[in-house]
Ligand binder design. Sequence first.
Ligand code: PLP
Length: 452
Amino acid sequence: MMNDNAQNLRQSDLAHYMHPFTDTEALGKEGGARIITRAEGAHIWDISGNKILDGMAGLWCVNIGYGRKELADAAARQMNTLPYYNSFFKTATVPSIELAEQLAARTPAGLNHVFYANSGSEANDTIVRMVRYYWELEGEAQRQIIIGRNHGYHGSTSVTASLSGPHMHGQGGVPLPGFSHIAAPYLFGADTELDAEAFGIQAAQALEERILELGADKVAAFIGEPVQGSGGMIVPPASYWGKIQRICKKYGVLLIADEVITGFGRTGKWFASELYDIKPDLMTLAKGLSSGYLPISAVIVGDRVANTIIHKGSEFVHGFTYSGHPVSCAVALENIRIIADEGLVENAATVGDYLQTRLRDLKDHPLVGEVRGIGLLGAIELVQSKSPRRFFETKGEVGTRCRDHCFANSLVMRAVRDTMIISPPLMFSKAHVDELLEKARKALDSTWADLC
Ligand code: PLP
């Protein structure tokens, strides 16, 4: 009965459901989608009853873990009180105000204003309009270009795919004009003799070179994820962000920290900006803001930009029907309460240290060229040869194979090219880390056996 049902659902899925980031024809040949039916803590269950360890917290978002009734209750309470009202035209709701106050208090000093959207993409799209509007108001309307980085990911709308690295360009008229990209601080991927710190400085220096090439009077902002996530989990050398900030300051370029992944504890700090002492002008938040229980995102706007828009501007002609949705805000408030009360940021730091140590145990594996990470973010780079370091020629094939072996071993790890990514819920325990590493090693062994 269950199997018939699963089969019917898979057929229906293939016939009607266009998934994001999916080759539907290939999915059909593989027999259709894995259908997830329930979840609890750090585990998910598929329709066949398999219990799977979620090493990715959904899509880097379920920070508090699954099954927290408090969030369902908060949503039900708010739905029963006021299921919807908007924030347009001089109105607000109680949860949207309370959440804005919390976000202003928790994010680094100077970030005191909140603009809501529904996804990381929408929030970054908002930022692009906002910074260009800021420069118009400051009498420098020619400052239009926003500089991002290779392997950066900021979303999938036409604007945010343009903002993202070249791996997101090429389909559907993207990139749009007005965006430029510099190399990422990706030491393992670089052909260099430099040590990490010198490499960090060199990678940051590329920003100054690009600003001068474009003309400083044309550059509106620089955007970066403090630790690059879905472009391959790139942890910058310690020297990197300080140098980037000095360059932004020198040329008056606004600095945007995209903390969609790194926000809300993932690196062992509430925000990775604290970790690297980044003082952004604007910050993007989503994912961990509600632990993915409901869609919500926020742009946290620093005083410099907010004061110009509020005092020099008129109406900012921008917003979404669901900006500041009261139910999403109520759920986000409860999520933040749980993160704070249960010490999940501290847990991410402690269990994160354990994860980083245990990851190093994998370095003896013939497929593993490097492990890296910070807090509860981890990456395992698979290589064809360790010394000299040689990547696989057909990028992504071995990573995909390894990801499939992970699934077969009841573990979710994501593959970005041939880099295996780990980003589990922040309520992960050391026992969860042990379970993850044991399953990961089995998947690596099976992948290796395929290649031999
Ligand atoms: N920014 C970063 C750093 C992300 O990782 C993502 C999504 O993975 C986004 C923005 C886009 O967020 P969304 O998928 O909610 O539009």
